[in-house]
Design a protein around this ligand. Structure first.
Ligand code: ME8
Length: 509
């Protein structure tokens, strides 16, 4: 049975510089969800890509002494490469300089014009190139004669002819939409932020620029290029075939979750649903704005130059420990600090000592005491009560935590089972049973094997490579690694390959 289609997206990243851990993080959360949903029987479409137009990218190309198209071709590749090295399972990678995207933007613009939602006027106000955003005078602070947006980006006074979207008329409809869809903005703390911004009154939005040319041309008025955010947000429907609403992927719309950082929530939670509703398209079901990572207590940013390279981290710690750490360390939605010591502590303490050891001890004993063959399943008794209780309902619990984007708690719930299994080993001492009660010894190992299979199956979305190794060592055939397969105990008699360590400990330093 295939369950409902699920559409998950990451932001499309600006190609003004190399990717860093912050970008990897949002895509990782999306990847983990996509993998879980596939494993749980859903048809999934997972989109990521690059945002290649606008003044900021044009400036970066100029600074690099390159033509914008050549520059974006080059930098976009590094984001594609990031997806590869991070093991992301995206189904598509969109670039806003592609023809399919220009077509979608043009069609959406024309639809908004036909609906009377766009008019030509004059823009005069404060613009931050770094954020590609307009700000009201009351949002700014001033230092040494320079005005800054709340994000810290300097703003400049801009005056030029511009097309406007009638955002000002959408306040009430947006508020009723938020009210009717209480889960649209997550986590809940972010919802209030959006609500109060909308309640304070929305201005019409300038959606074209004439002072530079690196963008999608406005249909019928090529002196204007579209505002980069209108262009960028449209990527989510371009990828499904818009404007062809009969396209093979169109049934994925509306998106289930747009994963974004808190810095770009306003665009996704206010502008985007307004554009869509104005074009008579359904808004996305949910926008999740996660928190901000610092590095060893320091702000991470491309412009500050201390950005951290995910490739170097993977080389040092391994991909799966990095994936595990990022998803486990910080409740999704909160800010977090990336500290090497914390990563090493989790790798050594949780991955190597708890999970790695449990697998190694169990599987080594099974080689010796079960002749490397999986014993028949047995009914749990009193001694297994706590172990069984830790596994019971775990699938449903993990599923619902992932649906709420509580990734750290989902992982913690799986590790509670691992901890219980380690306690069970200490309590039953299966290595000693070979002499005193071999049948019981075999039964204990089988219970441990069941617990490991459950944990490994559920951890696949977090650590795909290592859990593939573990499931192989557990003798679980490829077709029995989905979540639905957990309902059926593995038949006895499966051969168990020789185990090998899953995680290498790292010396702190
Ligand atoms: O905003 N911690 O692109 P962008 C956590 N092109 N996440 C971080 C981070 C950090 N320190 N730094 C970056 C754009 N991110 C637009 C998006 S979408 C239609 C257009 C992540 O390259 C986080 O997801 O500036 C943030 O929202 C995103 O990178 C910003 O990427």
């Amino acid at each position: 049975m295939t369950r409902a289609p699920i559409y998950l997206t990451t932001p499309i990243y600006y190609v003004n510089d190399k990717p860093h851990v912050g970008h990897a993080y949002t895509s990782l959360a999306t990847d983990m969800t996509a993998r879980f949903k596939r494993l749980d029987g859903h048809e999934v479409h997972f989109l990521t890509g690059t945002d290649e137009h606008g003044q900021k990218v044009e400036k970066a190309a100029r600074d690099a002494g390159e033509d914008p198209q050549a520059f974006t071709d080059r930098v976009s590749t590094s984001f594609r490469e990031l997806a590869r090295v991070m093991g992301f399972s995206n189904d598509d990678f969109i670039r806003t300089t592609e023809d399919r995207h220009k077509r979608a933007c043009t069609a959406l613009w024309e639809r908004l014009v036909a609906k009377g939602e766009i008019y030509l006027g004059h823009y005069e106000g404060w613009y931050a190139v770094r954020d590609e955003a307009f700000y009201g005078p009351d949002e700014l602070t001033e230092r040494d004669g320079v005005k800054y947006a709340p994000s810290g980006a300097p703003v400049e006074w801009v005056r030029e002819p511009s097309y406007f979207f009638r955002l000002g008329a959408w306040g009430e409809r947006l508020l009723s939409f938020y009210e009717a869809n209480p889960d649209f903005i997550a986590p809940p703390s972010r919802r209030n932020e959006v609500l109060s911004f909308v309640k304070s009154g929305l201005q019409d939005l300038s959606i074209s620029r004439t002072s530079f040319t690196w963008g999608v041309k406005v249909p019928g008025d090529p002196a204007h290029v579209m505002y980069v955010w209108l262009d960028a947000l449209t990527n989510y429907i371009t990828a499904l075939g818009y404007p062809d609403e009969g396209a093979p992927l169109w049934h994925f719309w509306p998106a289930d979750v747009h994963f974004v950082g808190k810095d770009i929530l306003r665009f996704h939670a206010i502008y985007w649903p307004a554009f869509l509703m104005a074009a008579d398209l359904p808004p996305p079901k949910r926008v999740f704005a996660h928190g901000w990572w610092t590095i060893e207590g320091q702000k991470m940013s491309k412009s500050l130059g201390n950005a951290i390279d995910p490739v170097a981290l993977i080389e040092e710690f391994g991909l799966d420990p990095l994936r595990y750490f990022l998803l486990r360390e910080v409740p999704f939605g909160n800010d977090g600090d990336f500290a090497r010591a914390a990563l090493i502590a989790r790798l050594n303490g949780e991955l190597a000592d708890q999970l790695g050891n449990l697998a190694q001890r169990t599987l080594t004993l099974m080689q010796r005491n079960c002749d490397a063959v999986l014993p028949e399943p047995g009914a749990p008794g009193d001694a297994e009560a706590a172990l069984v209780a830790a596994g019971q309902g775990l699938v449903a619990q993990v599923r619902s935590l992932i649906d709420e984007q509580k990734f750290d708690q989902a992982i913690a719930a799986i590790f509670a089972l691992v901890r219980e299994a380690n306690g069970y080993v200490t309590q039953t001492q299966p290595w000693a049973l070979k002499k005193t009660d071999p049948a019981r010894g075999v039964a204990v190992l089988r219970h441990l094997h069941d617990a490991l299979r459950l944990a490994a199956t559920l951890l696949q979305p977090v650590m795909p490579e290592t859990m593939a190794k573990l499931l192989y060592q557990l003798g679980v055939p490829a077709e029995a690694r989905a979540i639905a397969a957990l309902a059926v105990p593995l038949p006895g008699g499966l051969p168990l390959p020789a185990p090998a360590p899953l995680f290498a400990k790292i010396q702190a330093g």
